[in-house]
Design a protein around this ligand. Structure first.
Ligand code: MN
Length: 231
């Protein structure tokens, strides 16, 4: 087969302890999945989970021990960090039951759901899609994937991000409103999950702005940490 121009390369993420890389299919994100973050965004209580997507080529893939770089994006004056546990799907399926969900997981990574908060806020106000606030180029930094067998207890793991060495967000994944299995159950009712899908599971409270020159260090206990410089 011949193409008119060179097709885009397959986006992939390194896997801890392996020379094989994880080829990425889609990036799903869960909105407002920690109660204290829902509150700081002006919402309360447990509402059904909702989802948005980021483009696969919006990933900023960072190798273990390295510092990734994301350029400060256009159009915004309020770029926010959202530290998140990322679930990497190894086996697809639809209508996956909560009790079967862990059989579909390949591993876990630390991710940042970077957000042009001012643009997202404007879209919310107007009832328009969030794409411009959430799904921009370089909006999804991610560290290496730790296979499930080597990961710690990610359902009860400290999660934090520091900016220039100062704590910004610090919580525990046990505070997720919809846990990993429930998220997979809900998501797979709406889309057929595929091997290579990534799920950004939501962020705890403490979201805030970064500017050019800042360095973010994000971590989830039991998963390889993520370091990203804003250029
Ligand atoms: Mn998020």
């Amino acid at each position: 087969m011949r193409y008119l121009f060179e097709p885009a390369p397959v986006v992939s993420v390194p896997v801890t302890g392996s020379v094989e890389r994880f080829p990425v299919h889609r990036i799903y994100c869960v909105g407002r999945n920690y109660e204290e973050h829902a509150k700081e965004m002006g919402f309360t209580g447990r509402e059904p989970p909702f989802f948005f997507l980021k483009p696969t080529d919006g990933l900023v893939v960072v190798n273990a021990g390295e510092t990734g770089t994301m350029p400060y994006p256009s159009l915004t004056k309020n770029l926010h960090h959202e530290i998140e546990l990322v679930v990497a799907i190894g086996k697809g399926g639809k209508n996956i039951k909560s009790e079967d969900a862990f059989g579909h997981i390949f591993g876990y990574a630390v991710g940042l759901d970077m957000t042009r908060r001012d643009l997202q806020g404007e879209m919310k106000k107007q009832g328009r899609p969030w794409c411009i606030g959430k799904a921009f180029d370089h909006s999804a930094p991610i560290g290496p994937i730790t296979p499930i067998a080597q990961a710690g207890d990610v359902e009860n793991a400290e999660i934090f991000v520091q900016v220039n060495g100062q704590d910004r967000q610090r919580s525990n994944t046990s505070q997720l409103i919809w846990n990993i299995a429930e998220t997979i159950a809900h998501l797979s009712a709406a889309w057929e999950l595929q091997p290579g899908d990534l799920i950004y599971t939501g962020t705890p409270e403490g979201v805030g702005a970064v500017v050019s020159g800042d360095t973010m260090v994000g971590a989830v206990a039991g998963v390889v940490e993520l370091k990203v410089h804003v250029a």
